[in-house]
Design a protein around this ligand. Structure first.
Ligand code: SF4
Length: 468
């Protein structure tokens, strides 16, 4: 059987502000994971429209399309194209799970929730000529999942081909997050067997890893065993975790020892009222600055995530957020305009209050205002968001933030990482065009190498932590 797996390009990837590098970071791991359930006799192709032109003149028997909110319309068009050619088309992913009724008419089968249980079921039904219209995942486990089909990934097209996921979901329940909608009807946080995760890491070439887990430290026992197992593997890695998990216990030290060099942290807002309203309880009464200092004392760079437009935000939120990031030496900041994704509690609340301004999903890219704001006008929100990005990534602010770090090496790493990420667009574009992006990996690994603090600096950092 000929099988084609497609990740259609997100709508924003076409915008004049499109930064191709942003969409050439990670390969479509979810599709490569599903491909592992196919038979070795199948002829399988995986196409990611962000890094290659889609071939549409082929005739696969089965087409699998991963649907996100801002590629939904494109996905439906592709599905129609292949159904007209006689292929059996299945749609799955976050958007299909949020709005199954919208997606269903475009597909022969739709998948709700994660696919590790339902996709093998489907394949069996398909073989017996009795596929169902809807597959709903209720039993969730990662035990014994087959090896990801990494051979289908065109490694040289991505900056970070070694992306990996060893957990699913997250233990928290923020109102604006897709997570609860996607995992509804079963476990919403579960982990791989430690030895299977370590074996997957071992199979990856090179040194660098990027854990795409929502919250790598979410299960302390699992994370601790994973980091113990990774010691001595000579890896450097990047990951995401919450503020409270950084402050609790010694897990973050174990992560640093295993090779953690940069962490995505969801600070989101400084307002307790916003945190309460968003059900982001895990950040309430947590000392953000202490978390930052703890990470820096371990030589871990920070990518801070911040949301603008929550109901308790006022006009001053942009400057306060940018200033805090610069003053605290945050290496990179990711700003988002609050976006009520369908299926989330935020969306339900806003719809009940008649605050949703548009259901054109192409606009739901966290760069546009798609709802009626409260203490700030929609225009101010958009302008403030644009300003924040420009301001944070001004050279003067990149330098100022880098001077926050005590060691020269950390200062330099900060400069190279932040400046390299935002200021060398023509170079990134050239590397993408010439399909040489992967050649930058040794540089990234060098930037992520360990920062050793002098004894004095270490003592200062520890003292600061104790007194905070
Ligand atoms: S902590 Fe992050 S991943 Fe978890 S529910 Fe909140 S926003 Fe989603």
């Amino acid at each position: 059987m000929k099988v084609k797996l497609i990740l259609p390009a997100l709508k924003e990837a076409e915008s004049p502000f499109w930064r191709p590098i942003k969409y050439s970071l990670f390969p479509p791991l979810g599709l490569a994971t599903l491909a592992a359930y196919l038979s070795p006799d199948d002829e399988v192709e995986l196409q990611d429209q962000h890094v290659e032109t889609l071939r549409l003149d082929d005739n696969p028997d089965l087409v699998i399309i991963q649907v996100y909110i801002t590629n939904a319309y494109r996905s439906y068009k592709l599905a129609t194209h292949y159904r007209n050619k006689g292929a059996y088309v299945i749609l799955g992913g976050l958007h299909v799970t949020s709005l199954p009724d919208e997606a269903a008419p475009y597909a022969d089968s739709i998948f709700i929730g994660p696919g590790e249980e339902t996709f093998p079921q489907f394949l069996n039904d398909f073989k017996n000529n009795e596929p169902k219209k809807i597959y709903f995942s209720s039993k969730r486990t990662l035990k014994g999942i087959p090896k990801i089909r990494r051979d289908l990934i065109k490694r040289n097209r991505y900056l970070v081909p070694n992306s990996i996921v060893v957990t699913r979901g997250c233990p928290h329940h923020c109102d604006f997050c897709y997570k609860d909608a996607f995992f509804e009807g079963g476990k919403s946080f579960y982990v791989q067997q430690v030895d299977e995760a370590l074996a997957e890491i071992d199979r990856l070439p090179g040194k660098h890893l990027y854990f795409l887990d929502d919250h790598l430290l979410g299960n302390g026992k699992f994370a601790s065993a994973l980091f113990q197992g990774m010691k001595g593997m000579n890896r450097v890695f990047q990951a995401a975790a919450t503020v409270d998990s950084i402050l609790r216990g010694k897990l973050i030290e174990e992560a640093a020892e295993a090779g953690l060099r940069s962490l995505f942290v969801g600070f989101e807002t400084f307002s307790p009222e916003n945190l309460r309203q968003s059900n982001k309880k895990q950040n309430l009464k947590k000392d953000y600055q202490a978390a930052v200092e703890r990470l820096h004392s371990l030589g871990i760079m920070i990518n801070g995530s911040f949301v603008f437009g929550l109901d308790d935000d006022h006009n001053d939120v942009f400057k306060r957020t940018v200033d805090w990031g610069v003053e605290n030496g945050i290496t990179t900041s990711t700003y988002h305009i609050l976006t009520p994704y369908p299926g989330t509690r935020l969306y339900q609340n806003m719809e009940a209050e008649n605050r949703i301004l548009t259901k054109n999903w192409d606009l739901y890219d966290t760069r546009q205002v798609v709802y009626k704001t409260k203490n700030i006008s929609n225009e101010e929100l958009k302008a403030g968001y644009d300003w924040a990005y420009k301001e944070f990534y001004k050279w003067s602010n990149i330098f100022k933030a880098s001077f926050h770090h005590p060691s020269h090496k950390h200062k330099l790493k900060h400069l190279l990482y932040s400046g390299g990420w935002k200021k060398f667009e023509p170079l990134w574009n050239f590397l993408i065009k010439t399909k040489n992006l992967n050649n930058m990996l040794p540089l990234l690994e060098a930037i992520l190498s360990k920062v050793k603090l002098s004894n004095e600096q270490q003592k200062d950092a520890e003292f600061q932590l104790l007194t905070e």
